[in-house]
Design a protein around this ligand. Structure first.
Ligand code: FRU
Length: 485
């Protein structure tokens, strides 16, 4: 694994030519995704600034141009008309101001009907590497490029630690105010969110207070990427607690959870109805963001980073890593979130795959199950060994997902086997396989499981036990790997 110096990681990109060769080289990788958004070069992590505006979906990702390393972060911009076919748009935000000199960190978007606004964290560091996070804004101009304000909206509070970032902007109709939720850490190292309020998007911001979530006062050491949205009359609070282990999550200290409840903007209290849930049971899933400006009241649209902080992936050797999930629709049913792949994804189908016993590298597998135990194996070798194995124990109601059988193993100390408990017996799975990821939607989206996976040429066999019906469709590419900076 390459050791990066600080100078290398935080180098400012002066000209696209500096990374053209890197782009051309990684474009040859067998693990480049065909229908998932991925980094143009280097590393992609959190989705940012996700919004529908003027008929176009705008999405940005945290991007480090130089390689598979968390260094100087830009917002890289992609756009789509349908959330399925994506186009590279080039750099969205560059860390080119004093207040964001060491990174344009994560944030969100909102439209007031006329314009699209972005709120992000300017990650400033001084010569002693002391960090000051600023909350900053930008506006999409007529050429479709975000233009930054000259000055930050506000700086950090001294009664919290330096971890104050990832503004999520929302409008509250009852109070006729905008609110910004900021992921934060208290001085005694507890995760939380800070709330700011204003009647205007670009000025008048004042600190309203710390978010209160009864029962969650000691829940991780930092809440990254908070996100809140009303769906079907409930508030859904999503965040990524870190620096803590949680039940059933192996040795991982990075998680993505949600609560359903009611947000009271007078008392700044989110009252959960029931326990937290994992947003996804998979190995690689973090920093989920819901799109702004979705007008249906009963659904949200989410995109998430397939990956985790502090983890290492095999394509690091090729100087790139990371991917976004498919866009997913979220709805509340039975007091919980159901996730389904974006409507219309079927348009990527390129005929049914009839070579039974194998799977093509980019495909959708639709599985149905008779009652009872099952075992499903993707990416097995010809003799049926190895692979990405899913065992369903009907009496326990648990799917166990085991990736120890893959040739390329990674993050072994964190987890390679995870359990996904099901609320109801296993009936269906919709599985989306791309060149380096697998996304599984169980029982019409009751649970999901997302993981990176890096199959080698011999790992292309598929088996399932009796009582499992499988229909496999080859999928067409829907992202272009062109060099737009
Ligand atoms: C989450 C995160 C955010 C931060 C960004 C920096 O993965 O650490 O809190 O803004 O990544 O890239």
């Amino acid at each position: 694994m390459k050791e990066w110096t600080r100078e290398e990681r935080y180098r400012v990109l002066q000209s696209p030519e500096e990374i053209r060769d890197l782009h051309d080289r990684i474009a040859q990788s067998p693990y480049r995704q065909a229908y998932h958004v991925q980094p143009v070069t280097g590393l992609s992590s959190d989705p940012n600034g996700f919004a529908l505006y003027d008929g176009v979906w705008h999405l940005f990702y945290q991007w480090c141009p130089w390689g598979a390393v968390h260094g100087l972060k830009y917002w890289y911009h992609v756009s789509s008309k349908d959330l399925i076919t994506w186009k590279n748009e080039g750099i969205g935000l560059a860390p080119d101001c004093e207040y964001d000199n060491k990174g344009t960190h994560s944030g969100s978007a909102i439209s007031d009907g006329d314009q699209l606004y972005f709120f992000y964290t300017g990650n400033h560091r001084d010569e002693n590497w002391i960090r000051t996070p600023y909350t900053c804004a930008a506006i999409l101009n007529e050429e479709g490029k975000p233009v930054k304000l000259d000055k930050p909206l506000f700086g950090p509070r001294s009664d919290y630690s330096e971890h104050q970032r990832d503004p999520k902007i929302v409008w509250n109709e009852e109070k006729k105010k905008y609110f910004i939720f900021i992921g934060a850490q208290t001085l005694d190292l507890k995760g939380t969110a800070l709330i700011y309020e204003s009647e205007h998007l670009l000025d008048g911001w004042k600190f309203a207070g710390q978010l209160r979530v009864p029962g969650y006062e000691e829940f991780g050491g930092m809440w990254e990427c908070p996100c809140i949205q009303r769906i079907s009359g409930k508030d859904v609070l999503i965040f990524s607690p870190q620096y803590t282990k949680l039940p059933g999550r192996g040795e991982s200290t990075n998680h993505n959870v949600y609560l359903i409840g009611q947000m009271d903007y007078d008392t700044l209290t989110f009252t959960p109805e029931g326990e937290f849930r994992y947003l996804d049971y998979g190995f690689d899933f973090y920093a989920a963001q819901l799109a702004a400006n979705v007008t249906e009241n009963d659904k949200a649209v989410m995109i998430t980073w397939i990956g985790l902080p502090d983890n290492h992936y095999p394509t690091e050797e090729e100087d790139w890593e990371g991917s976004m999930t498919l866009a997913r629709e979220l709805r509340i049913r039975n007091g919980r979130l159901y996730q389904t792949p974006v409507t219309g994804i079927e348009q990527l189908r390129d005929g049914e795959w009839t070579e039974s016993g194998t799977i093509p590298e980019c495909c959708e597998a639709d599985l149905t199950f008779a009652p009872g135990d099952h075992e499903i194996v993707f990416f097995a070798k010809e003799d049926g060994s190895g692979g990405f194995r899913i065992r369903y124990d009907d009496s326990a109601g648990i799917c166990t997902v085991d990736r120890t059988g893959m040739n390329k193993r990674f993050n072994q100390k964190v987890f390679e086997v995870l359990e996904m408990p099901l609320e109801s017996p296993l009936k269906t799975m919709r599985v989306f396989i791309d060149r380096s990821s697998i996304e599984i939607f169980v029982n019409e989206g009751e649970e999901t499981f997302t993981s990176h996976v890096y199959p080698e040429a011999e790992e292309r066999y598929f088996t399932c036990t009796e009582g499992c019906g499988a229909k496999v469709f080859r999928l067409k590419p829907s992202v272009t790997d062109d060099f737009v900076i």
